[in-house]
Design a protein around this ligand. Sequence first.
Ligand SMILES: *Cc1c(COP(=O)(O)O)cnc(C)c1O
Length: 355
Amino acid sequence: MKYNFPVIKTTHPKEKPDPDTLRFGQIFTDHMFMMEYSPEQGWHNGRIQPYAPLQLDPAAAVFHYAQEMFEGLKAYKSKDGRVLLFRPDMNARRTTNTNERMCIPHIDEELFVEAIKAVVGVDREWIPSKKGTSLYVRPFIIADEPFLGVRPADHFLFMIILSPVGPYYEGGLAPTKIYVENEFVRATPGGTGAAKIGGNYAASLKSQEKAHESGYEQVLWLDGVERKYVEEIGTSNAFFKIGDEVVTAPLTGTILPGITRDSVINLLKQWGMKVSERRMTIDEVFEAGKSGKLVEMFATGTAAVISPVGELSWKGEKVTINNGEIGELSQKLYDELYGLQIGEVEDKLGWTVEV
Ligand SMILES: *Cc1c(COP(=O)(O)O)cnc(C)c1O
């Protein structure tokens, strides 16, 4: 290992949660990774220390102008006791791109992955092993320089916190109801849609609330210019199976380049299926829905892996997909990806990395 991070162990280890009651992102482990950036020293003082609240100056730039970013991935425990990460190099690469967009100093991609391995290694006892559970890994960076002027900060904190999480769906895969947002937008060309940042989410809350009030779980975003082309769903990318073609929005800067999205495209191609990364109008989706050509729709993301969609609502019109049931392809993709992640499907592409 090129990097060696000192470990300060907690003197008060917490009790581990009951794996049957785990939800998402509510419980945190005993330790966290922390590293600082200053112009003089660059990224320095990487260490693992007890999980604890931070003390920050109220003028810290992140509070005022939201200069920050985050990532998300999971560590799984395999049946034979190995600890596996899924394509962490992709999270490192995406961090490089997000940082570039957000004027956050570059972090060496190898350091990024080594830091994840180190902190997950220290808290490996926290990784639940019950089916569908995992340890969610949340790397993030904030600008903590106390300064109220608007310019890129010159002091940052890079942290990694860990949270044991339960299966996304209690009883296995369950189709969701999606609200197509026709008023608010998430991203526009030239904006920050492809960067994984809190600001994109802050701007999306209003719409999510609206969807919830109407009885829908998530929002499908349309493009920010014409509100015509389908882009992505909440915290995940969107796929549509129309006839025998699987369609997803292209990476043109307004959608988040999901690692699950990339993995799904790879698998579909391996299986000889027709996959298109192309712009598609919401009209085309609804027409396909009405004529029965929209055979499946699903969302992809780290949290749920594959999340089938059972209903879409747009401007008061509704379309039911696959009778509101899990599609064959959604199930097959879920089984394959989840199987790879927990080390039960043979990893021919070298996607899993052992801690
Ligand atoms: C993180 C995220 C995704 C999914 O990315 P994965 O790498 O597959 O987890 C999709 N859309 C948005 C807006 C996201 O923040």
